[in-house]
Design a protein around this ligand. Structure first.
Ligand SMILES: [Fe+2]
Length: 334
């Protein structure tokens, strides 16, 4: 079987992966069990048209088992080995990015064909691990500051991701993964009114090794402050639709404040080149023979648009901005 990681996964030349940690074994470490329920975008109040325009029908799932107990232990050990990479930002309190460059276990978990097929069984369409390593195996850790949210209210700038609970929820209080079961516009209106909102759902993970899958760009979510305990770790793994025709929601500005630029700009260029390459391959295979020059040129422009946008984004000298909904002029987002 062709490995999912081919051909685009690459470890930056100056990173040396950690040696001697756990070795990923899908038979031992995975325990893939379907969620009880999959909420659709229509369940979140999106119109049929809006739902049809999105890459997936799925909004969010109830918690499902992803890792076995042995898998949880191996992942914990792997994350422990990465503690030196912890960082803070205005939105996320304590996090690690680029874990799959350093940890062979996390890399194999994130690129696992078994997990990929399992995700596909929930979305009913093919997905690929996000081609940027920086968007894979993102780790959120317990904030060091008391009362600080793990991650503030936001929508993701990736299309699809799972949030995997690594810590036994009995070991801490608070720190809930929460989402608004409504559209983004409705959630923002609720925040402006600043009232207790019946749309907010608190997810109860039964134990470590459980995850939820969400179309994170369509679901307003956060992880609340931890009120008791010192460990509360999640791993977030991102995917893109396996398609040449989807709206890419990623933003370089989002990454500029949280990722090392010597890795980020090359990763961004490779990602956008990957998207364009797939579109050019599609064009080579499917472009109809015709006399319509405008149509032919439009198709070519469309195919290289990702690369052209990437050049503009990478050239832009601004410092970047990691958007979250508490910080912005919320009314501007409606
Ligand atoms: Fe998120």
């Amino acid at each position: 079987m062709k490995k999912i990681s081919d051909p685009y996964f690459r470890i930056p030349e100056h990173i040396k992966p950690i040696e001697g940690g756990p070795v990923f074994d899908p038979a031992l470490h995975l325990q893939l069990e379907k969620p009880e329920r999959i909420y659709s975008l229509e369940d979140f109040g999106h119109t049929k048209e809006a739902a049809a325009a999105a890459p997936f029908d799925l909004a969010v799932t109830t918690p499902f088992r992803l890792l076995s107990d042995l898998g949880v232990e191996a992942l914990k050990e792997s994350i422990e080995n990465l503690k030196g990479l912890r960082r803070k930002s205005e939105r996320m309190a304590n996090f690690i990015r680029g874990s799959i460059f350093y940890s062979p276990f996390i890399k194999e978990l994130c690129l696992s064909a078994d997990v990929n097929n399992f995700i596909k069984s929930m979305t009913n369409s093919s997905v690929l691990p996000h081609p940027m390593g920086l968007y894979q195996g993102h780790i959120n850790l317990c904030p060091e500051e008391e009362g600080r949210e793990v991650d503030r209210w936001h929508t993701d700038t990736v299309t699809l991701d799972y949030v995997l609970m690594v810590t036994d929820p009995k070991e801490y209080s608070g720190g809930h993964f929460e989402f608004f079961q409504c559209t983004k516009a409705q959630a923002i209106r609720s925040m402006i009114r600043d009232e207790a909102d019946p749309h907010i759902v608190k997810v109860e993970f039964p134990k470590a090794g459980y995850a939820i899958l969400q179309q994170g760009n369509m679901v307003v979510h956060r992880a609340s402050a931890v009120s008791k305990g010192v460990e509360r770790t999640t791993l977030v793994q991102s995917y893109i639709p396996d398609s040449t025709n989807f709206n890419d929601v990623s933003k370089l500005d989002d990454c500029k404040l949280v990722d090392p630029h010597d890795i980020l700009f090359t990763e961004w260029a490779r990602y956008k080149a990957f998207l364009s390459q797939r579109k050019l391959d599609h064009l080579i295979e499917k472009l109809p023979y015709c006399l319509d020059k405008n149509q032919v040129c439009m198709e070519l422009r469309q195919a290289i648009r990702d690369v052209e946008e990437a050049i503009l984004e990478i050239s832009d000298p601004n410092d970047g901005r990691l958007v979250h909904l508490a910080q912005d002029a919320l009314t501007d987002l409606l």
